[in-house]
Ligand binder design. Structure first.
Ligand code: TXA
Ligand code: MG
Length: 303
């Protein structure tokens, strides 16, 4: 199903908001972002205020094309190889930044995260705007990322959202850190560590943890547990008088695409316990299990 393109009037409105330093809900192929002019410190501060996000958590700068890269990051042949292979697409590169990148984007770090999204609406907006857009996932801090325009409107009422249909991938981009001599995987996503290593050599273990990928992120309100045998575990929990919902695995692409929507839906049902079946292996399986593990970490005991 091709993502729908918004009406020209909606694109004009989005551009006017960005020029005025305001926020726009942006569809990408991974999840929806909350976008602001990536070079305007006033606009960038609106992001942190709207999300309730600590200001030292750095943002991803979204570019219209890999050709924009030399304006923001020091040259790196590994980045060129990865950009050639995976951009536009669900891969974010952490690189040594150039001076023009605002501290509000990097949280004062010497590095900046960059990606060229593949969604046609995101690309059209970036090209029309002609400047990078900083965009975290459009959820309130610590909550599940939105994969539809309706999710964004629920999380952040009052924010204008460009509707690009449901996100194709469904989980956030892979993040690879190229700022040191040895590249490192900071967050698993649809682009696999193996595919990255095949182009730029083996990935080391990361010296930095991507701030904001703390355990306890992606948390639903309901208690959540990973379960390899959800039916048996559900039966046991029900025997103790708990109400239970099961989030089943399945083919990884489909599982990733519906993961956050189902977490939201099941969370709203108000059951005592969510049992989530881990995904099979592969890049998306690893990404799904990473998010589920974070969602389960420190999960409340069932009511
Ligand atoms: O798929 C995605 O990446 C989505 C869409 C909207 O592009 N964006 C997204 O943004 O997931 P956010 O802010 O929710 O997650 C970005 C992650 C955060 O964990 C942040 O700490 C990390 O990227 N990050 C950003 N800049 C960094 C830097 N300079 N060094 C290390 N980690 C960085
Ligand atoms: Mg996020």
């Amino acid at each position: 199903m091709p993502p729908s393109l918004p009406a020209p009037a909606d694109m004009q409105r989005a551009l006017a908001l960005l020029h005025a330093g305001q926020l726009v809900g942006l569809p990408t192929e991974t999840v929806y972002g909350l976008a602001a002019d990536g070079l305007n410190p006033f606009a960038l501060r609106q992001i942190f205020a709207a999300k309730g996000r600590p200001v030292d958590h750095p943002l991803i700068l979204h570019l219209g094309d890999a050709a924009w890269l030399p304006r923001f990051a020091e040259p790196d042949p590994r980045a060129d190889a990865l950009a050639e292979a995976f951009w536009p697409g669900p891969l974010t590169l952490v690189m040594r930044r150039l001076p023009g990148v605002p501290d509000e984007v990097t949280g004062g770090r010497e590095t900046v995260a960059l990606r060229v999204p593949a969604h046609p609406v995101a690309r059209a907006l970036l090209w029309a705007y002609g400047r990078p857009l900083a965009a975290p996932s459009a959820n309130r801090f610590g909550r599940v990322s939105p994969t539809t325009a309706a999710h964004v409107r629920e999380e952040l009422p009052g924010v204008f959202v460009l509707d690009g249909g449901p996100s194709e991938v469904g989980v956030e981009s892979t993040i690879v850190d190229l700022s040191g001599p040895v590249p490192a995987l900071l967050r698993p996503g649809a682009v696999s560590a193996e595919a990255i290593a095949a182009l730029i050599g083996p990935l080391g273990s990361s010296q930095t943890v991507a701030p904001g990928t703390l355990p306890g992120h992606y948390a639903p309100r309901t208690a959540l547990r990973l379960s390899h045998s959800p039916d048996a575990d559900a039966e046991a929990a029900r025997a103790q008088g708990l109400t239970v919902a099961i989030l089943r695995a399945g083919e990884p692409q489909d599982h990733a695409r519906r993961l956050y929507a189902e977490l939201r839906r099941l969370d709203a049902e108000g059951v005592d316990l969510l049992l989530a079946e881990p995904s099979a292996d592969g890049a998306l399986g690893a990404a799904i299990n990473d998010r589920l593990t974070r969602a389960a970490y420190g999960a409340k005991e069932p009511r």
